[in-house]
Write a protein of this length. Sequence first.
Length: 434
Amino acid sequence: MASLDTLTLPLDQTSSADLAAVGLEYRRIDADGEGFRPFQRAVARGFLGGESTDDEAAHARKTLRTRRLTGVFDAAGSEPEVPVGTIDSWASTLTTSPGRTADLWSISAVTVAPTHRRRGIARAMIGGELRTAADAGFALAGLTVTEATIYGRWGFSPAAWASDVVVDTRRARWTGPATPGRLDFVPRDAVVAHVRAIHERVRVSRPGAVPGWDGRWRAIAGAAPGDKEAEKVRAVVYRDVDGVERGILIYTLDENDDYSSHVLNVRSLFADGDDAYAALWRFAIEHDLVGTVKAWLQAPVPPVQWMVSDRRAVTATLTDHHWLRVLDVAGALSSRAYAAPLDAIVRVDDPLGFADGTWAVRIDEAREAVVSPADADAPVDVQLTVGALGSLLLGGVRASELAAAGLVRGDAGAIAAIDAAFAPAMTPLLDIWY
Ligand SMILES: CC(C)(COP(=O)(O)OP(=O)(O)OC[C@H]1O[C@@H](n2cnc3c(N)ncnc32)[C@H](O)[C@@H]1OP(=O)(O)O)[C@@H](O)C(=O)NCCC(=O)NCCS
């Protein structure tokens, strides 16, 4: 269903009516129409950015043409063509366990003009997206967030975490594995093609990952207009002994007062396999004239910590990154493979109604989930919020950990059984922003 054309889906009538009641208009925007530049201006202003150039707008249009753009308009304003609320969405694919995926209603560009904040505009826009996604049959919605305080009220909750990594290379002598392949620089004009191909292979095995898109790869590769660092971007690929490209490191170097202490900023490091990961991290850490390596969106507990002589030379700061919202319990739970069988009656509390109910969750001997509404008199084993269910889905947090926080309640044996069943084959990670 990720190929579903979300552009043809109707505008949510509840949000339309709610906004009309306060004198605002809820309207779709055509990326090829006159409304596009004002929409884009509003998004840039909402995220505290500057005005975009014609080149930047043309570049953004290529991505946004495939997305569902919706705005909220105030006809009484001094610039009525510029929306006071913006949101975009598209059908994507979430890796739920290695080789398994779920359709994901991805949301981005959520902004409300500072002149119109806290009047319920975001509430109308998010509600509209969730209802549209659920009506179209999506079991999950997802987003990445500027603030952790916003989306919990709509049932979103972190499901994959990421680390910002800083390595003091003076303390970090390489003790990791030697790798048999080779590293080569990639010509600048070829970086986009290489990163796209490698990420496509990486993301299908990593729970929490989603596909990137051309605009994302151009931005990372320094090939998007307006990138002040574009000239500094360099990339190396790792090829295995069979000549297959297994990983890519895209980076810039910043000079320091001390010329021997440059900072190597990792824009992306995508590795299809352990050898590629080790080879690319070794390249970064052993780079001459570099004192610090900084990398974002790395694994929550990055393996590079075990590949250097002094593990405290590597600091990893964990942050929530991929927020999911379960819209359909059966659809979400059946989208992944599990580690152990389970038979539990699970009560999900969802104030917005989408996932609310009591569910018989059975994970069979083949480690597949079968979920159906529970009988009315079935005793509940475990009760949890829809947010907690979203956080558990990929196995990035354990039910027993959420139980300690009071977000999951119930029988200790049933909670332990959920821990065992939901244990991930691989720690979830989302390695890009969207
Ligand atoms: C975040 C933002 C979209 C909220 O828009 P808004 O129209 O003011 O939000 P609403 O009026 O619909 O608020 C709905 C609820 O969310 C709460 N809320 C809104 N923004 C919040 C924030 N940043 N932190 C905590 N709570 C917030 C409101 O208090 C309200 O709470 P209630 O349910 O108790 O009444 C807006 O402040 C904004 O554009 N921020 C800058 C860009 C940004 O960070 N966007 C998010 C991208 S992921």
